[in-house]
Design a protein around this ligand. Structure first.
Ligand code: FAD
Length: 310
């Protein structure tokens, strides 16, 4: 385990936007994680952690303190239960589950993040989410210096929400998923269809996935009943949610640029890095979209991506 100084994080993220860690270390097990945390505590430095880097945007050019990447991939499958280290890739687990005839992760093929990141944000797609499969998450509370095990209920999952988003001192280490038995050919077909839909509809340039959370119909009914009813009449409410991309597109913001950042032409809820985008370019575009949506519809969009550092 080697602690590096002034380390460029761009290659470790899907946005590929520059951000330097004052100190950086990659850890692949509990022992290395504890050693890294002890090092930061002794040096009186703040700690930041990430894993797949597919849902983060740097708050500035430099992240002060120690940035820890949860890396390494390990999992085992016994019956219908998958137990995995948090750094394990979601797509890898979805593939392994499918090969064992386990259904429930077909939505996750092609999602670029880790299991830990997915549990923290209750990642999901195609009407499913990771919360339906989680039976237990083991985490380390680095402020209280203790290990905790949380049941599904204790994880307090909601739409792109969990206790791990509320309590930033909890680092997820291991997760147990319980899936259902299925027909391997059917699982493969569904996963393949989802994956091809993903390839066809999501931008190919670097991004961090959807920038904003979709709108929950029940909340929109309170905030802007006329808009809620209009979108419902157009058949745009799916699984109780309305895609924010539709509203961004309708405001004519597809293709809008700020420096090297651009609202994707393919999917308006994605901002892409056209080559030399800075975190500030992307943040300006996010603010512009929020402002225009607020002016037009009197609603506040909420970021799904996570700002990282300082
Ligand atoms: C092209 C593309 C498509 C995507 N499609 C989807 C999709 O369909 N559905 C969806 O939900 N998301 C999607 N995403 C977003 C992202 O891939 C997921 O949210 C993913 O689960 C995030 O995991 P990560 O490891 O990359 O998190 P990171 O980006 O590394 O981190 C995100 C946040 O989680 C925290 N975190 C990371 N690891 C841990 C841990 N072990 N314990 C506690 N906190 C942790 C970090 O501190 C940070 O705040 C997409 C992204 C891209 C680029």
């Amino acid at each position: 385990m080697e602690i590096k100084k002034n380390y460029e994080l761009a290659p470790l993220t899907t946005f590929k936007v520059s951000g330097r860690a004052e100190f950086f270390v990659a850890v692949k097990n509990k022992r290395e994680l504890l050693a890294a945390l002890n090092w930061a505590e002794a040096a009186k430095l703040p700690v930041w952690f990430f894993s797949g880097g597919s849902n983060i945007l740097f708050s500035g050019n430099q992240v002060k303190g120690l940035v820890i990447k949860i890396s390494g991939e390990r999992y085992s499958i016994k019956g219908r239960v998958i137990a995995a280290w948090a750094g394990t890739g979601l797509t890898k687990l979805a593939k392994a589950a499918g090969e064992q005839g386990l259904t429930g992760l077909e939505w996750a093929y092609g999602v670029p993040g880790s299991l830990g990141g997915a549990v923290r944000g209750n990642a999901g797609a195609y009407g499913s989410e990771i919360a339906s499969a989680v039976t237990e998450a083991a985490a380390y509370d680095f402020k209280k210096n203790k290990f905790v095990k949380l049941t599904n209920r204790a994880c307090r999952f909601g739409y792109r929400q969990s206790i791990f988003k509320q309590n930033k001192n909890l680092i997820i280490l291991h997760v147990k998923l319980k899936l259902n038995s299925g027909e391997p050919a059917e699982i493969k077909n569904l996963a393949g269809a989802n994956f091809h839909h993903r390839l066809a509809t999501k931008p190919k340039q670097p991004s961090a996935g959807c920038i904003f959370k979709n709108l929950e119909y029940k909340n929109l009914l309170k905030a802007n009943p006329a808009l809620a009813r209009e979108l419902a009449a157009k058949g745009l409410v799916r699984g109780g949610k309305i895609g924010v991309g539709y509203l961004i597109d309708r405001l004519g913001l597809k293709g809008k640029t700020c420096g090297g950042a651009k609202v994707s032409q393919r999917h308006a809820n994605f901002i892409v890095n056209t080559g030399k985008a800075t975190a500030a370019d992307i943040k300006s575009l996010i603010n512009l979209i929020k402002k225009e949506i607020k002016n037009k519809h009197k609603i506040n969009l909420e970021e799904e991506i996570q700002y990282f550092g300082n």
